[in-house]
Design a protein around this ligand. Structure first.
Ligand code: SAH
Length: 249
């Protein structure tokens, strides 16, 4: 069955939001976009569906989410039922690479999964193919809060190299170069990073207690041992993250 690497479904099995965003930030984003009832939303890499489900509840949007994780899709369906929005949102278990909606949408999003389109530029192009004229695109991307002084620090901050990410000014300018106006943004903060990263630690600890003989146990043990100190030294200090709302010029 089509799936993502197991490390994510273990460490993020308890996450509702698989990004350094809190429920409050997601609510702020929904509010600042001034979403109208019946706005049609497409979400590539929809995870456990928190954005579509809460915006369906709070703003009466309708939405489709595409995600490659069977577990996250199942959690998204369950969340939709919990919030009573099962009739407004649907989640499709599929690879979102190359996915174009049959019926055009008003808002096309990819929040923290822009490898789906081979990077931010490719993902914006992909999303634009599902968008009705005048529609809006949302991308969630990391950026350097502080430029790492060494490649080693970049590698410890969830990057493979300094060149992986822009600074915030470079990132915002890059959207302009692609021909888009940046019309809104809601940036994550350290509390959001803590909720995303620190939540993994308790999940890993509990998983280890329940699965001591699993073939993955040594890897999870290693992660739990090193991640807290690594995270507070590097990612938390160097990496920013935000969602940017774009409209074609
Ligand atoms: N946007 C969600 C999830 C972000 S995490 C949120 O903010 O909570 C990245 C998500 O991308 C994961 O749910 C993962 O399962 C999904 N994913 C990774 N590769 C994918 C692909 N090729 N197609 C669809 N989903 C993918």
């Amino acid at each position: 069955m089509l799936d993502i690497p197991r490390i994510f479904t273990i460490t993020e099995s308890e996450h509702r939001i698989h990004n350094p965003y809190t429920a409050e930030k997601l609510a702020t984003l929904g509010a600042v976009l001034r979403l109208k009832p019946e706005t049609r939303v497409l979400d590539l890499g929809s995870g456990s569906g928190e954005m579509l489900c809460t915006w369906a509840r709070d703003h009466a949007i309708t939405g489709t989410g595409i995600d490659m994780s069977p577990l996250f899709c199942q959690q998204a369906d369950q969340r939709a039922r919990e919030l009573g929005v099962g009739g407004r949102v649907r989640f499709i278990h599929a690879d979102a690479a190359g996915y174009v909606a049959n019926e055009k949408v008003d808002l096309a999003a990819c929040i923290g999964a822009t490898w789906i389109g081979g990077g931010a530029a490719g993902t914006i192009e992909l999303l634009s193919r599902s968008l009705c004229p005048g529609g809006m695109i949302l991308v969630g991307e990391p950026y350097w809060l502080r430029l790492p002084p060494t490649e080693d620090i970049a590698r410890n901050s969830d990057a493979s190299a300094i060149a992986d990410f822009h600074t915030l000014p470079e990132l915002v300018a890059s959207f302009g170069k692609l021909g888009y106006d940046v019309v809104e943004m809601v940036l994550a903060d350290q509390e959001g990073w803590d909720r995303y990263e620190a939540a993994k630690w308790l999940t890993m600890r509990r998983w280890l207690e329940a699965n001591p003989n699993d073939g993955f146990a040594a890897e999870i043990r290693n992660q739990l041992t090193i991640q807290p100190a690594r995270y507070v030294t590097y990612t938390r200090e160097y990496l920013g993250w935000g969602v940017f709302a774009l409209m074609a010029r």
